[in-house]
Design a protein around this ligand. Structure first.
Ligand SMILES: [Zn+2]
Length: 216
C-alpha cells in the first residue's frame, strides 16, 4: 500500500493546530475562570511579542510599516514561555499578560526573602507556580503562587522553539488583514495592557489646578 505522506504530513500539522487552539503550532496552557493550573517553567526567561487581536485571533505586529498600527488598532503586550503542565506532564506554552508577569515577579521577590525554602537559585525553573484565574468581572483575575520545588528532570522534555514559531506577519500581510477586518474588530481587553502606573499629581498641578485643564 502506498501512503501519501505529504498529505499525512499536512494533516499532522493541522491536527497540532486544532488541539492547541493556537495558530502558532504549540499547545497552549488554557485556564478557565475559577480554575488553576500548576506549571514548572522550562525557560529561564519569557519572550515578548506585540500583538493585534482581530476577532480574538492574535496577529504579531511587524511594527515597521504595520497598517494596523497606522489605523490605530490597539497593540497588546504578550509574553510566552515554555512550561511543563504538571498535571498533564506535557510541555505547553504559557502565554501571559503584563499583569501575570507582575504577579510572577512578586513570587520571585517573595522567594528571595524565604530562607526556609531551600532553592539552588531563584531561577524560575527551580520551582512550581500555581496560576489561578478567578471568577471576577472587573480587575485582574490572575493570582500566582509558589507551589513547591520538587526535582524535575528538565532534560527529558523537548521545548518549543518560540523564536521560530512566533514570527510577526509581514507589513504587506497587515494590509490583507486590515481589508478583511474593519476598524473596531481589534477589541481592547484590559488584561492585555500594561498595569496602570499610580497617578501622582506633579507639584505644578497641585499649585495650579488649572494646569491640568490647560494640558487637555
Ligand atoms: Zn501593528
Amino acid at each position: 500500500m502506498v501512503v501519501d505522506s505529504a498529505f499525512l504530513e499536512a494533516c499532522k500539522a493541522w491536527d497540532v493546530r486544532a488541539t492547541s487552539r493556537s495558530p502558532f503550532g504549540f499547545k497552549k496552557i488554557s485556564i478557565s475562570p475559577g480554575s488553576s493550573v500548576t506549571v514548572r517553567c522550562l525557560d529561564s526567561v519569557f519572550i515578548t511579542r506585540l500583538m493585534h487581536y482581530i476577532d480574538k485571533r492574535g496577529v504579531i505586529c511587524p511594527e515597521e510599516g504595520c497598517s494596523l498600527c497606522s489605523r490605530g488598532d490597539r497593540l497588546a503586550t504578550r509574553h510566552f514561555i515554555n512550561v511543563l503542565d504538571k498535571e498533564a506532564n506535557e510541555v505547553k506554552v504559557l502565554e501571559f499578560s503584563p499583569a501575570v508577569r507582575v504577579s510572577i515577579k512578586e513570587v520571585v521577590e517573595w522567594l528571595s526573602t524565604q530562607t526556609e525554602i531551600k532553592l539552588p537559585s531563584l531561577d524560575i525553573r527551580n520551582y512550581d507556580l500555581k496560576i489561578t484565574k478567578m471568577k471576577v468581572t472587573e480587575g485582574n483575575p490572575w493570582v500566582v503562587k509558589y507551589a513547591g520545588n520538587d526535582t524535575v528532570n528538565t532534560d527529558v522534555y523537548t521545548l518549543y522553539d518560540l523564536e521560530k514559531l512566533l514570527i510577526p506577519v509581514t507589513a504587506a500581510e497587515t494590509y490583507t488583514i486590515q481589508e478583511a477586518a474593519p476598524v473596531g474588530a481589534s477589541r481592547p481587553i484590559s488584561d492585555f495592557s500594561e498595569p496602570p502606573k499610580p497617578v501622582i499629581p506633579s507639584i505644578k498641578e497641585v499649585e495650579n489646578p488649572l494646569a491640568k485643564e490647560s494640558i487637555l
